[in-house]
Ligand binder design. Sequence first.
Ligand SMILES: *[C@@H]1O[C@H](CO)[C@@H](O)[C@H](O)[C@H]1NC(C)=O
Ligand SMILES: *[C@@H]1O[C@H](CO)[C@@H](O)[C@H](O)[C@H]1NC(C)=O
Ligand SMILES: *[C@@H]1O[C@H](CO)[C@@H](O)[C@H](O)[C@H]1NC(C)=O
Ligand SMILES: *[C@@H]1O[C@H](CO)[C@@H](O)[C@H](O)[C@H]1NC(C)=O
Ligand SMILES: *[C@@H]1O[C@H](CO)[C@@H](O)[C@H](O)[C@H]1NC(C)=O
Ligand SMILES: *[C@@H]1O[C@H](CO)[C@@H](O)[C@H](O)[C@H]1NC(C)=O
Ligand SMILES: *[C@@H]1O[C@H](CO)[C@@H](O)[C@H](O)[C@H]1NC(C)=O
Ligand SMILES: *[C@@H]1O[C@H](CO)[C@@H](O)[C@H](O)[C@H]1NC(C)=O
Ligand SMILES: *[C@@H]1O[C@H](CO)[C@@H](O)[C@H](O)[C@H]1NC(C)=O
Ligand SMILES: *[C@@H]1O[C@H](CO)[C@@H](O)[C@H](O)[C@H]1NC(C)=O
Ligand SMILES: *[C@@H]1O[C@H](CO)[C@@H](O)[C@H](O)[C@H]1NC(C)=O
Ligand SMILES: [Cu+2]
Length: 557
Amino acid sequence: MATWIRFLAVVALLACLFPAMIECRIRHYKFNVVLKNATRLCSTKPIVTVNGHFPGPTLYAREDDTVLVKVVNHVKYNVSIHWHGIRQLRTGWADGPAYITQCPIQPGQSYVYNFTITGQRGTLWWHAHILWLRATVHGAIVILPKLGVPYPFPSPHEEVVFILGEWWKSDVEAVINEAIKSGLAPNVSDAHTINGHPGPVSGCLSQGGFNLQVEAKKTYMLRLINAALNEELFFKIAGHKLTVVEVDATYVKPFKTDTVLIAPGQTTNILLTADARTGKYLVAASPFMDSPIAVDNVTATATLHYSGSVSNVATKLTTPPPINATKVATNFVNSLRSLNSKQYQANVPLTVDRNLLFTVGIGVNPCSTCVNGSRVVADINNVSFVMPTISLLQAHFFNISGVFTDDFPGNPLNPYNYTGVQPANLRTMTGTRLYRLAYNSTVQLVLQDTGMITPENHPLHLHGYNFFVVGMGKGNFNPKKDPKSFNLVDPVERNTIGVPSGGWVAFRFRADNPGVWFMHCHLEIHTTWGLKMAFVVDNGHGPGESLLPPPSDLPEC
Ligand SMILES: *[C@@H]1O[C@H](CO)[C@@H](O)[C@H](O)[C@H]1NC(C)=O
Ligand SMILES: *[C@@H]1O[C@H](CO)[C@@H](O)[C@H](O)[C@H]1NC(C)=O
Ligand SMILES: *[C@@H]1O[C@H](CO)[C@@H](O)[C@H](O)[C@H]1NC(C)=O
Ligand SMILES: *[C@@H]1O[C@H](CO)[C@@H](O)[C@H](O)[C@H]1NC(C)=O
Ligand SMILES: *[C@@H]1O[C@H](CO)[C@@H](O)[C@H](O)[C@H]1NC(C)=O
Ligand SMILES: *[C@@H]1O[C@H](CO)[C@@H](O)[C@H](O)[C@H]1NC(C)=O
Ligand SMILES: *[C@@H]1O[C@H](CO)[C@@H](O)[C@H](O)[C@H]1NC(C)=O
Ligand SMILES: *[C@@H]1O[C@H](CO)[C@@H](O)[C@H](O)[C@H]1NC(C)=O
Ligand SMILES: *[C@@H]1O[C@H](CO)[C@@H](O)[C@H](O)[C@H]1NC(C)=O
Ligand SMILES: *[C@@H]1O[C@H](CO)[C@@H](O)[C@H](O)[C@H]1NC(C)=O
Ligand SMILES: *[C@@H]1O[C@H](CO)[C@@H](O)[C@H](O)[C@H]1NC(C)=O
Ligand SMILES: [Cu+2]
């Protein structure tokens, strides 16, 4: 009898290790962080990976599953992993940003991330959340709907993860260290990648690219993830329309488009019907940048290959949008609406307890050892965030004073014409300042780009929450006029949103998840420069309204 129980337990455990469509409430994963030679990318330098794979393994789960990931650090760097977009209700200890919710997992150490997926289904992703390791330490999270619950669109014949990345021939840590030292912008990357392949990049011709084999007339769901460090990307497939059905693990009203825009941190599910003539079609990922800022302009390519067509047939090409195609980007963003069906409602907060306006932008501070005697920095409301030396969540939970203050300005201290003539003084303040929110309070946050140095699109990511994007516009936000045109019915719900270059975006959320939650630009260089802050959300009163205590293996600093 006991043997049988043990046997069944082993079978259940094994089943949970595979993406099988098996009812399984606890998913176990083991992530070994190891070095791996990256020969596929025309370089023999070792890169940091999970389990030797680039991109890393896909984590499969179902809505309501508990996920346990044991991360073991076998490299010389400190490591932590973030489960990007997972709500982490009351489990901030498993969120992952180093020095925000945990101390790093040091070389030779391990940590078990333990979280339950509640009220979410779709595509998210995981990535390292320390240094610039996420360049190669990332992978998909596929959350299937509860067993027996269909998608709110025709079920695809097959589902395929498409991870877009950004690749440096040099060691990425050397690239960012060099930039920190000089105070200037880092070298741009050498290529973009689709599922780890750059496609035919000059000097790297032999390796080919990612190929998706399709059968004519069948429909495929592409789970698109932008894992690039610093670049928003356009995604196109020659000769095919794409139907967008979900972003950031929330369903949207389906719409057709030629081109998808996807910012670092964002995910987008698209349906692709193989309804063109049999043959081979180019898949292209190219950068979007509508400011005078140097980016890597190399288009990554892959192919769509119809079964039955000869392998040497000419690939039908596509022209990516120009790099500065603001109109294409804006059209895409403006097409996104929550599905807002009976089953998947958009619960937009209709009243607001906290009205916040945060400016986001670049600044310049003195630096005697830097190349120009100054360093480029970035800020929110003129505060360039300084990382603490123990995690903010520990300081909050254990009442450790002196780690942070909760006086982050809810509005700019010195209002000015943010998108007009830039002020003569480009300096910022530094500090580890948080904004405190009462449990269950409703927040409206307007993110306002500034023209300091140059206006730029900033994809801001909020941890621990989804928010509803109620409005967006050019120039300065007008608190009297602009709220009148807010969409409070079916705004898109997501966790990462691009603040338009020289414009603003407004979103709302309910602070129903106690803990400390990071908010930052998902352009890694801007995060490094200080474009980040955190909210501290107090516990509520009832059961289930408090942050859980930390697990016993929480890393120490
Ligand atoms: C990577 O390749 C180099 C040269 O071929 C070799 O010396 C090194 O041991 C390899 N490293 C790993 C981690 O496989
Ligand atoms: C995971 O966390 C839950 C509480 O949220 C706890 O009950 C459970 O024991 C934890 N599992 C492991 C393996 O630590
Ligand atoms: C950055 O680019 C410069 C100029 O091409 C080069 O000299 C330098 O070595 C690069 N830095 C790194 C870390 O690759
Ligand atoms: C990409 O940028 C490089 C360097 O700025 C430039 O020489 C090249 O013409 C650009 N290529 C394209 C396709 O825009
Ligand atoms: C985009 O860049 C091209 C080439 O630099 C320029 O000719 C064009 O005017 C720009 N378009 C927009 C909309 O700024
Ligand atoms: C730094 O100095 C270089 C050369 O002197 C100049 O071209 C550049 O604009 C300066 N950058 C900043 C951010 O001040
Ligand atoms: C921290 O302070 C709060 C409020 O004073 C208290 O309720 C809580 O028990 C304290 N926590 C610890 C771990 O001391
Ligand atoms: C801000 O500056 C812009 C550009 O110079 C100008 O068009 C706008 O009228 C100014 N706004 C305010 C409120 O002064
Ligand atoms: C930002 O803070 C710095 C340092 O206190 C100050 O010099 C500067 O005027 C401030 N800028 C704005 C726009 O508030
Ligand atoms: C949060 O606030 C909403 C609206 O006021 C209320 O309906 C809900 O019951 C509150 N939830 C909790 C857990 O207090
Ligand atoms: C790793 O993290 C620990 C704890 O914060 C810190 O003391 C140590 O200096 C870090 N190691 C490296 C190589 O940065
Ligand atoms: Cu930014």
